[in-house]
Design a protein around this ligand. Structure first.
Ligand code: FES
Length: 246
């Protein structure tokens, strides 16, 4: 109920928790929030005033670092960018990210996520290796060339797309939307000379061909990246390259 004139109200925050020794269990908290409060604010208030044992990971508190991803009322979201009143409900259920190993409570282990990200070589590849590390001059691009990859360069590696992906849930070996979108981000960069080798990295059962185009990755991205679209372009590029080779 809102407290008249103060813009405050109380909400119930229910948290799905995990203790390596105990397994899963729920904890419920009554939290006073203002109209500006985010889910992260509420969780930090719980830790400060009610339960210091609740484990949460965060850093920037402004939607940049990507470390506060969690499932809020069934949807992968950044806790620091989710305004509680904007959810329009008085009871919020917070769970740890899906498809990632849980360390404790809302803290997940992102090492497999970053391993997949690294596997697509998320950096410029140049044919001249000496130049790659000691470029004599900057690589110039036209605004059009920049536009080819820029929408995919906004990824903050929060993992929400992976948490939303039904294929990752079924096939843990699948590279997943984040790594594949980044494979396309570098493939589409005019400065990159990785060319066909980049396509070969993702032309596999665990690569683009497992994507079923559910599109849930693109719907939850807090930065408007469209991994589902990137994956379909990669499929088309692989197909075109194979036709040319024949
Ligand atoms: S705390 Fe950095 S994105 Fe939320």
């Amino acid at each position: 109920m809102a407290e008249k004139g103060k813009g405050y109200k109380s909400v119930i925050i229910k948290v799905k928790r995990y203790d390596p020794g105990k397994g899963f269990y729920d904890s419920e908290y009554n939290v006073k929030i203002s109209r500006y409060s985010t889910v992260l604010d509420a969780l930090l208030s719980i830790i400060e005033k009610q339960d210091p044992t609740l484990a949460v990971r965060y850093s920037c508190r402004m939607g940049i670092c990507g470390s506060c991803g969690m499932i809020i009322n069934g949807v992968p979201r950044l806790a620091c960018e989710t305004n509680i009143m904007g959810l329009g409900v008085d009871k919020i259920y917070v769970e740890p990210m899906y498809n990632l190993k849980i360390v404790r409570d809302l803290v997940v282990d992102a090492s497999d996520f970053f391993k997949k990200h690294r596997s697509v070589k998320p950096y410029l590849i140049r044919k001249d290796e000496e130049e790659q590390f000691r470029a004599a001059e900057e690589y110039r691009q036209t605004p059009e060339q920049l536009e080819n990859f820029l929408p995919f360069a906004y990824c903050i590696k929060c993992g929400l797309c992976v948490a939303a992906c039904p294929v990752v849930a079924e096939k843990p070996g699948f590279l997943g939307p984040q790594a594949l979108a980044q494979a396309y981000r570098w493939y589409a960069d005019s400065r990159d000379q990785g060319g066909i080798s980049r396509l070969e990295l993702v032309d596999s059962f665990d690569g683009v061909w497992s994507c079923e185009f559910a599109g849930s990755c693109s719907r939850v991205c807090p930065k408007g990246v469209d991994p589902a679209f990137a994956i379909q372009i990669l499929k088309t590029e692989i197909f075109k390259k194979k036709l040319i080779k024949r």
